[in-house]
Design a protein around this ligand. Structure first.
Ligand SMILES: Cc1ncc(COP(=O)(O)O)c(C=O)c1O
Length: 365
């Protein structure tokens, strides 16, 4: 069976380095907010761009939650998001009392810049784009719209580490970028983790205060904070993975290039990369009309697949109070019914890649 993902493969690639780091953190006697977190924050920010800063937090959702909170998003504020994607983006808004306002995606599964202005009201405070499946969104028009309407601009980069648009890494286009280091992510740890990045150093300092009970120095609390810290073990392990990101990104690119060159089947729509954008190939997502039938066929022929994501956020029962129903955002709904993620991970053997291509090509519907 070709798995859709197998996290232990990523561990085995640098097993000794991870083991050594884990033991060194255990032996250090210092487990929360220490030199590993500081080192990771510095190295991650530097790897994204100049004049950029990072605050490590406990997961991607809390990166969004704290980031929006520190930027003043509060009760009743509207934040424009895309109608497809993952629920966590919306929860980061609702947990601040904010209201997600949806716009449809473009043909690349990302926010359609041409649909944003129609969604702006006098309550709109920000646009929060998600660079879905690892591909950077077309950002220039979005940046322009935010400037024109005096809106904050945020990026959910939980899936898009090191994906760029016209040379700028995702996370650096607006006020802040929110990252997840959940184990499946390209830069994934061995437990939960997250980070906020920004070119605004003062904002990052504020988030570091919020993540630690609102404490600016020991036993002194200037704001009502949270406990949302990245721990030393995860930060230490993430530093190892960060060092190897160029080869890890190249591994995924090699798999994606083989799929793109080898898959030829009129029933399968391959992912397209927008001009000027790069993708980190977090996922390799095709579209096909008979999602369930295709997945069963693949499984019967030894290839696991997944669906990211079967239900659009606006149809989740938890968000029913927003008043949307079936038909509210047909492009997102159609996407959810037709997307299938093929196997993609940090390492695949050539014969596994060939198996996926052969089986997809033999699919007859
Ligand atoms: C687009 C998106 N946003 C936010 C998150 C939340 O990240 P985490 O699982 O680290 O809370 C995820 C991850 O699963 C995600 O895919």
């Amino acid at each position: 069976m070709v798995p859709v993902n197998e996290l232990a493969r990523g561990y085995r690639l640098y097993e000794k380095e991870y083991n050594d780091k884990a033991i060194s953190v255990l032996q250090s006697g210092w487990y929360i907010l220490g030199k590993e977190v500081e080192g990771f924050e510095k190295e991650f920010a530097e790897s994204l761009g100049d004049n950029c800063y990072c605050a490590g937090v406990d997961n991607g959702l809390n990166a969004i939650r704290l980031g929006l909170h520190a930027c003043g998003i509060t009760t009743g504020d509207e934040v424009i998001v895309q109608s497809n994607g993952y629920i966590a983006t919306m929860l980061g808004i609702t947990q601040n009392g904010g209201v997600p306002v949806f716009v449809e995606p473009d043909g690349y599964h990302n926010m359609d810049p041409d649909k944003i202005e129609a969604a702006i009201t006098d309550k709109t405070k920000a646009v929060l784009v998600t660079h879905l499946y690892g591909q950077a969104t077309r950002m220039e028009k979005i940046v322009e719209i935010c400037k024109k309407h005096n809106l904050m601009l945020f990026e959910d980069c939980a899936q898009s580490h090191f994906a760029s648009y016209r040379g700028t890494n995702t996370g650096l286009f607006g006020d802040a970028g929110f990252f997840s280091f959940y184990p499946t992510k390209n830069l994934g740890g061995f437990g939960d983790g997250g980070g906020v990045v920004s070119r605004n150093k003062e904002l990052i300092e504020r988030i570091k205060t919020y993540r630690n009970y609102g404490s600016d120095y020991k036993y002194h609390n200037i704001v009502l904070g949270f406990n949302s810290r990245l721990d030393e073990m995860q930060a230490g392990l993430l530093r190892i993975k960060l060092k190897h990101m160029p080869e890890l990104l190249a591994n995924r690119r090699k798999i994606a290039d083989a799929y793109l060159a080898g898959i030829k089947n009129p029933l399968i729509r391959l992912p397209e990369i927008v001009e000027g954008a790069t993708t980190n190939w977090y996922l390799f997502v095709i579209n096909t009309e008979d999602q369930a039938g295709f997945r069963k066929y693949m499984l019967d022929h030894g290839v696991q697949t997944d669906v990211h994501f079967p239900t659009p956020p606006f149809l989740q029962p938890a968000l029913s109070y927003l008043g949307h129903g079936e038909g509210s955002f047909p492009i997102a709904e159609k996407d959810c019914k037709t997307v299938v993620s093929l196997p993609m991970m940090d390492y695949m053997a050539d014969d596994e890649i060939e198996t996926v291509i052969r089986v997809v090509n033999a699919y007859e519907g």
